[in-house]
Every structure is written in C-alpha cells, then in structure tokens.
Design a protein around this ligand. Structure first.
Ligand code: FES
Ligand code: FES
Length: 157
C-alpha cells in the first residue's frame, strides 16, 4: 500500500507492506537513523518520534497509521530553534545520555514541553516514564527539561 505523510516538514510517499513498522520505514526507506531499535516492544523509548502532537514509539506504530499525518524525527527537530534551547539545557544540566537513548529522550522532552512549558517535576517524570536508561539516574534529565521550559517561557515573555 502507498502512504503519504509529512515527514520533517516535507510531503513524502512510499510503498509499505501492510504490517511494516514505522521505525523500519523511517530507517530503511528514508535513511533516518536517529530513532533506534532497543527493545522492539514499546518499552524503552529509543525509537520515539512525534506523530502529530504526541510522542509515539515507532517500533510498535504501523507505518500505515501515519498516512495523512505528520511525523517529526530527531533529524527534523534538530533544525528547529526549539531544539537549540532544549539541546543547550540538556548540556547545561548534564542531562545528555548516550547516543542510543538520547534521541528518544529529547523527542519526549519536546512532547512534554509542547504540552506544557511549565511542567512540574512529577509531570516531567511521568512524561519520561516510557524512556528507559539503565546506565544513570534521571535527575539531570528532569533538571534539563525544567531548565528548557524556563528558557522557553523567558523567550515568550
Ligand atoms: S525500541 Fe521502541 S520502545 Fe524500545
Ligand atoms: S541507554 Fe543511554 S545512557 Fe543508558
């Protein structure tokens, strides 16, 4: 079947098998390797992308489900001014993790901040609940998202 959707700001189309996973289509058809395969079961967040206004795990999202919709991957997000604010906040707060989990965590950060630029720590932790990293604590990630929210709000003021 043919699907048509907006990918990182561009209208695209491609033929996909009925049960193809969005993660595979992004990586194999479009060469977008920022979303990673970790668990492959919707539990780690390494494959997170934005679908319309929500973050989804692309390993359990059928490619057919994005027909007519908008997908933003870390590659597209990196071209935005918002990304630079979030990137700097992660750097300043020491929230940068490894290259495997960070893209998914950053996409989740964007979804949290897009919904609410002044999230509480509890809301940030709840938003991050689908992103796993066994290597470190989450305190600096929470701090980074809180800091990014402050800077986004300051820029609006
Ligand atoms: S690879 Fe998709 S949630 Fe883990
Ligand atoms: S999985 Fe990325 S730092 Fe642990």
């Amino acid at each position: 079947m043919t699907i048509r959707f907006t990918l990182n700001g561009e209208r695209v189309s491609t033929d996909v098998a009925p049960l193809a996973r969005l993660l595979d289509v992004l990586r194999d058809e479009f060469g977008l390797h920022g979303a990673k395969e970790g668990c492959g079961e919707g539990e780690c967040g390494a494959c997170a992308v934005m679908l319309d206004a929500l973050v989804v795990n692309s390993c359990i999202t059928p490619a057919a489900a994005v027909d007519g919709r908008t997908v933003l991957t870390i590659e597209g997000y990196r071209t935005s001014s918002r990304y630079r604010v979030v990137e700097q906040a992660f750097s300043d707060a020491g929230g940068v993790q490894c290259g495997f989990c960070t893209p998914g965590i950053v996409m989740t950060a964007e979804s949290i901040l897009a919904a609410n630029a002044a999230p509480s720590d509890e809301e940030i932790r709840h938003g991050l609940s689908g992103n796993l990293c066994r290597c470190t604590g989450y305190a600096t990630i929470v701090e980074a998202i809180r800091l990014a929210g402050e800077r986004i709000r300051d820029a609006r003021a």
